[in-house]
Design a protein around this ligand. Sequence first.
Ligand code: NAI
Ligand code: 15L
Length: 266
Amino acid sequence: KPFKRILLTGAAGGLGKILRDRIKPWADVVRLSDISDMGEAREGEEIVRCDLSDKAAVLNLLEGVEAVLHFGGISTENTFENIMFANIQGTYNVYEAAHKHGVRRIVFASSNHAIGFHKTTEHLDAESPTRPDSMYGLSKVFGEQLARYYWDRAGIETVCLRIGSSFPEPKNPRMMVTWFSYEDLVESLRCSLMAPRVGHTVLYGMSDNDGVWWDNRKAGHIGFHPKDSSRQFRHMFPDTGAYPAPDDAATLYQGGGFINDGPMYK
Ligand code: NAI
Ligand code: 15L
């Protein structure tokens, strides 16, 4: 197997549960971590329950690890304080521990909400300016820049995977554009871990959907080519011309509903 030990944070989450078995072929041991219960360790697994905001615990968590899939944290909008501990402090702790233990590569589960305040009429690539749509999106921008700093300063490589919407099926017309199948997610992680050199790379996590807003050509060195497409769900959301709807702000921005969610509006 390519790795002796890899770490998955956020292992009890929606994506963590999907990834748990599918990343096993890549390492002799998969270390799984979350603040929530992950059940019993199965063959080839180690379970470490800890809070990412606990620096000492995260330092122990990364010992003996060769690569990290960092999926743990708050995954939707929340108060600044909660986001700060789980996502900002948590991601800092992961990078600092990676540096101390000589971990060479991290895949950071970033989000489209790092660029969510761009309009749905715009086309973006890896060099487009970030435009966060929420405290949550801001924390992902922080994580991406932290990754850049640790690459420049400490030589830790990161693929910042700006995941669109990774669910079994698209739930609305927006997700027809942003959908990222589980199979494509797994393949993007495999490519991100195996590519010879990634430096600091921004990769949009989307399937081969129609009418996408994002262009992955600048991440060509990752070698990721999606196999799935939201086209198979077209019957669920026929194009009536109602999306984007000019009278509905949430459909005008790539981040969708996140633009008017969160503490600022309460
Ligand atoms: P999720 O909310 O189901 O899973 C996140 C996990 O992180 C949870 O199990 C939670 O217990 C854990 N966690 C939260 N705070 C923690 C802390 N302080 N210490 C340790 N663990 C903590 O989210 P999901 O959908 O599985 O997403 C995983 C990652 O991918 C997240 O970082 C999310 O921001 C990112 N992402 C997911 C997308 C999707 O479509 N599912 C889209 C864009 C990004
Ligand atoms: C995200 O970043 C969230 O983690 C996920 O729950 C979805 O809301 C997704 O973005 C999306 O934009 O559809």
